[in-house]
Design a protein around this ligand. Structure first.
Ligand code: F6R
Length: 247
């Protein structure tokens, strides 16, 4: 299903409220809430609202465990462009989450250690009880996480090569495409599918063509987000501009 909101601010507040409801339900049951998180421009408003709920309405993240979708490779966590930096600046530094409950793929691994790390990432998600909710953005290539065109529907966490368009879109953050890493570690399509709820968010007219393909196009590895049409527990949450090409 597709939910269209007037603007991204309204949508972000709704999404944050859904996340808060999961956290509170789990708290009451004495359980951990396990959240799959995304970076990029899209979820920033959701994180802002979660921080507001923490500061002003007492929402606690002490029972929350998080797994981020992806990280550039190679990437130092202290770098301004790392997803570690992004998550700390936009969310983790402003809430009461336990540092040991935060998981983000490690961009500093030696090449020979990547495969074992990825298997362990999957195992950690499983041991935490599986993802209660996975937040997704969508890239103009149709990637979710960094599952670029060609990704298999049953793919797990792994090292991938970024599409040229993805590197161009990231070039502003890095001060030029030549500085954008060529690879990333990402959860797979299969990993994402195991989440109990999947919310794909997209704002602005820039995303309208890929949202049309993702929602209405033929399911194909050429546009990995189309795989989500096969998931039962997925919702596409868009603003009016991103919905503009939907029939
Ligand atoms: C980020 C991620 C990517 C982004 C996508 C959209 O963790 O996995 O798939 O969600 O590239 O990026 P923005 O939101 O910057 O348009």
């Amino acid at each position: 299903p597709v939910a269209v909101y007037r603007d991204k601010e309204t949508a972000a507040v709704k999404v944050a409220a859904r996340i808060a409801a999961i956290i509170k339900r789990k708290q009451q049951a004495g359980e951990q809430a396990v959240l799959g998180l995304a970076t990029g421009a899209t979820p920033v408003g959701v994180y802002e609202e979660l921080v507001r709920l923490h500061r002003e309405e007492g929402l606690s993240f002490r029972n929350v465990v998080t797994f981020n979708l992806d990280e550039y490779y190679p990437m130092q966590p202290t770098s301004a462009q790392s997803y570690v930096t992004f998550m700390h600046e936009n969310l983790f530094d402003h809430i009461d989450i336990a540092p040991e409950n935060v998981h983000i793929p490690d961009g500093t691994l030696a090449p020979e250690d990547v495969a074992a790390f990825c298997l362990n990432y999957e195992r950690q998600i499983e041991e935490a009880g599986g993802l209660d909710l996975q937040l997704l953005g969508i890239g103009r290539t149709g990637h979710v996480g960094f599952n670029e065109p060609g990704s298999a529907p049953n793919s797990g966490t792994r090292l991938v090569t970024l599409d040229d368009l993805t590197r161009r879109d990231a070039s502003r953050d890095f001060g030029g495409k030549e500085y954008v890493p060529r690879k990333a570690i990402t959860m797979g399509i299969g990993t994402i599918f195991q989440a109990r709820e999947i919310l794909l968010l997209a704002w602005s007219g820039k995303k309208a063509p890929i949202i049309k393909k993702a929602v209405e196009g033929e399911v194909s590895s050429e546009v990995p987000a189309t795989y989500l049409q096969l998931a039962e527990n997925v919702e596409f949450i868009v603003d009016a501009e991103a919905a503009a090409e939907l029939t």
